[in-house]
Design a protein around this ligand. Structure first.
Ligand code: ADP
Ligand code: ZN
Length: 790
């Protein structure tokens, strides 16, 4: 049975049994579905030399009737003592991944405790696996043996053609054994003279015949066919207007030098480019890439998905000839087309969101991650990788520099800069010495106590907006919550209207006149009476972007404004269209969720308002302060980018919180200085590796029991590794209900494990998880280096 087959590299044959063993070509196969393997299969002689690691194969498995598709991860000669099942068929003619990428996915499997087959399935785009946008075609050529005979009779063919082959019925003899009717003879001649193999329809057209003669020739084996896969559609990209490089400022020169050094020495180094907003980081990347291309190598640039707007695209496309932009709206065939071009080395620069880290560049020269702190670089589903860590592994493996750029580096990254594992390079000034905006903190407690305002926009912010608009400037307002009212509660009995599947408060969306769950999209009708006690004065409160928009329309009647959140930006292209309007000045006020906080470069924005900086501050997440600092700093960076001075007003109920005061002073170092010791005290990253294990199921008690069982096993295993010091070294918190204790109808429990020794922790986790008996009722997922703790 296949599932008892052992693995190619894990078991060496016992020496005294070698005599009876037989040398065989064996392939190691892994699967995307359970059981994942690896399992060994024998390679039939017909496939020897054709099967290479990185190809998919079909094999039979256990008693299953249907063959399974798996990935070949190794091929080698092995001594066998018992027969193995043979591989049934090859799915791919060529490996989908080069050796280096296979190694990288292997690293991911180990690091993220995820079966290798699942990693491979997650990393290779479905358009590539399905060869979207291509089809197989048969190309015909004259069989090698008869080609000289055919060529020798060329003059006869010309004569026949002149006379008209239709009229003649006399057979032509190619050799004593081969006699052909004139139509077949002509077709053979046409094919012999073609500079390239032809498809059957092409040959019929050229020889002015029907399919019959061609089919006859194939039957007689005078014509041979080879199957090739060809691209159905060529994607024409309009070339961008070319622009020349800017003259670099001294800080930019220094930063560029630090990237070029390892590049020239062909070695890996990670450069943390800590440059404030507007310091000109992108220009530095572009110049480094220019150098890479000069060496005939390729560069990969990762940006947050939200930044893949035409602005970014054009910035790269105007400087380089061959740029592939990989965004999430690509169709399967477009993605496949890009993948093929990249693999052939035709693309100089790949710009894309996190999955672009797997771009199959044949000669990688550099990886850049812009806004490296952005949480979108972590994938929320299996394989739960972080593109920054995968990029680091890949850059080390291929001996190329990795550049991490940010105005607000993740503390994990910053720490590695401080310890000089990464090279820290600073760009502390804006381009042309433009000043950073002045940030004022508005104490909302005061505004409420004094009843100076009733809406979301306080007195100071209203005043600031009036001034900015009067002076011809544009305004950006950030409110990180969508919908109209974010809380619906009965003042008589305290009942809060919640999602029946997720147990989270529902948000009122007034445009569609519905209550909506922001996790599962459950919809309900807004009640006027309390569903619990029937009191008829249920209260709608709390501000979302929809309500903010209504308030703005009332306060600033004639000012054109635009709301940008995931409700208004559902159609592909709407994001770009909205930004284009804002850039053109047709829109004066842009309000929205965090999607407006990142990367935008609009010189005419003179005021940024943060409606409530506290929205993320009090989450039960050890990164809450960091998130808040990043969000406020990033959105503040959207102003003062032109000739006019920028201003920022931050409304908050926590004006003394370090995240807010240091963001107001643009002081990342101060924030890190205060935050890092707290992380150390509580043994959180960057001082420890964190692993989260989530359990979910429909029956709460079963989920809890299962979670406790797993936690018990882990405690036992981790205690054994470090006798006596378990509580000091590895720590397990929980299991406890997740902060979001019920989502989509499933109860959720989690446990968190932290350890200063990540490798040891992963090792123990793997063993315990492998030994857990699967349950039909309870599913679990493991998240290594989690960002989401809800
Ligand atoms: P960052 O990515 O650090 O926020 P950008 O790369 O977007 O900064 O640069 C901010 C602005 O400064 C952009 O409009 C860019 O075109 C401009 N800029 C960058 N470098 C230079 C330079 N050397 N000379 C003139 N303008 C520059
Ligand atoms: Zn829900």
């Amino acid at each position: 049975m296949a599932d008892r087959q052992s693995s190619l590299f894990d078991t060496a044959p016992d020496p005294w049994e070698l005599d009876s063993a037989e040398e065989k070509l064996v392939a190691e196969i892994v699967f995307a579905e359970t059981p994942h393997g690896p399992y060994d299969y024998s390679v039939p002689t017909s496939m020897a030399g054709k099967l290479r690691p990185g190809q998919r194969v079909q094999v039979s498995f256990g008693q299953q009737r249907e063959p399974r598709t798996g990935y070949c991860t190794a091929v080698g000669v092995k001594e066998l003592r018992r027969p193995l099942k043979p591989i049934k068929a090859l799915v791919d003619v060529e490996p989908l991944l080069a050796d280096g990428m296979l190694k990288l996915t292997r690293w991911m499997a180990d690091h993220y405790l995820c079966p290798w087959g699942q990693v491979l399935q997650g990393v290779i785009p479905s358009g590539v696996r399905g060869q979207a946008g291509t089809r197989e075609m048969t190309f015909l050529a004259v069989a090698k043996e008869v080609l000289p005979l055919v060529k020798a009779l060329a003059p006869l063919a010309e004569k026949l053609a002149l006379e008209g082959a239709d009229k003649s019925t006399k057979k032509v003899s190619l050799s004593p054994e081969i006699e052909l009717p004139p139509k077949q003879f002509i077709a053979l001649q046409v094919l012999a003279n073609s500079p390239r193999p032809l498809t059957a329809p092409e040959l019929c057209r050229a020889a002015r015949c029907t399919m019959n003669p061609v089919n006859e020739l194939r039957r007689k084996r005078l014509i041979e066919g080879t199957v090739q896969r060809i691209q159905n559609t060529e994607i024409d990209e309009v070339p961008a207007a070319r622009e020349s490089h800017l003259h670099l400022q001294p800080d930019q020169e220094k930063a560029l030098d630090s990237i070029l050094q390892p590049l020239k020495e062909r070695r890996h180094e990670t450069i943390l480019l800590y440059g404030i907003t507007g310091s000109g980081k992108t220009e530095v990347y572009i110049r480094a890439i220019d150098e890479v291309i000069g060496y005939g190598r390729q560069a990969i640039v990762l940006v947050p998905e939200i930044s893949l707007t035409p602005q970014t695209r054009e910035r790269f496309r105007s400087r380089f000839e061959q740029v592939a932009v990989l965004h999430s709206h690509l169709s399967d065939s477009e993605r496949h087309w890009h993948w093929q071009r990249i693999a052939r080395g035709e693309v100089q620069v790949v710009v894309g969101a996190r999955s672009a880290v797997f771009a199959p560049t044949p000669h990688l020269g550099l990886i850049v991650i812009d806004e490296e702190h952005d949480p979108s670089f972590k994938q929320g589903e299996t394989p739960r990788y972080h593109a920054r860590d995968v990029a680091l592994a890949r850059a080390k493996q291929e001996s190329v520099p990795l550049v991490l750029g940010s105005a607000t580096p993740a503390l994990e990254t910053w720490q590695r800069g401080l310890t000089e594992e990464f090279r820290l390079v600073e760009m502390p000034r804006r381009v042309s010495d433009r000043p950073l905006p002045i940030v004022d903190i508005v104490d909302l407690r005061h505004e409420f106590r004094e009843r100076v305002s009733t809406g979301a926009i306080g007195r100071q912010l209203t005043q600031g907006m009036k001034e900015a608009l009067a002076a011809g400037g544009q305004v950006i307002l950030l409110l990180n919550r969508r919908g109209y009212s974010t809380n619906i509660q009965c003042p008589a009995c305290g009942f809060v209207v919640r999602c029946p599947h997720c147990d989270l408060p529902l948000t009122h969306h007034r445009e569609e006149e519905k209550l909506r769950c922001h996790y599962c999209d459950f919809l309900d009708t807004p009640p006027t009476n309390c569903p619990e006690c029937r009191f008829d004065g249920i209260r709608y409160s709390g501000f979302g972007t929809e309500k903010l928009e209504a308030e703005l329309r009332a306060k600033f009647r004639d000012v054109p404004l635009l709301r940008m959140d995931s409700d208004t930006m559902q159609k592909p292209g709407s994001h770009e269209a909205a930004l284009a309007k804002f850039r053109a000045g047709e829109v004066k006020i842009l309000l929205g969720t965090q999607m407006i906080a990142k990367g935008l470069d609009f010189p005419n924005v003179t005021l940024v308002g943060v409606i409530n900086a506290d929205t993320a501050l009090h989450f039960t997440d050890f990164r809450a302060a960091e998130r808040t600092f990043q969000l406020v700093t990033q959105v503040a960076g959207r102003t003062g980018r032109g000739d006019k001075l920028g201003r920022v007003l931050v409304q908050t109920f926590s004006p003394d919180h370090i995240a807010i005061t240091s963001a107001a002073r643009h002081d990342y170092r101060q924030f890190a200085f205060f935050e890092l010791p707290a992380r150390k005290d509580f043994q959180y990253p960057p001082y420890a590796t964190l692993v989260r294990l989530i359990f979910r199921g429909e029956r709460e008690q079963l989920v809890q029991q299962y979670a406790e069982l797993a936690a018990g096993r882990l405690r036992e295993a981790l205690g054994k590794t470090l006798p006596g010091k378990a509580s000091l070294e590895h720590r397990i918190l929980g299991p406890a209900p997740c902060p979001f204790a019920k989502l989509r109808g499933k109860f959720r429990f989690h446990l968190l494990a932290t350890s200063p020794d990540g490798a040891a922790l992963r090792q123990e986790f793997k063993q315990v998880l492998d030994a857990l008996t699967p349950s039909d009722e309870v599913q679990w997922v493991v998240d290594v280096d989690p960002l989401d703790l809800l």
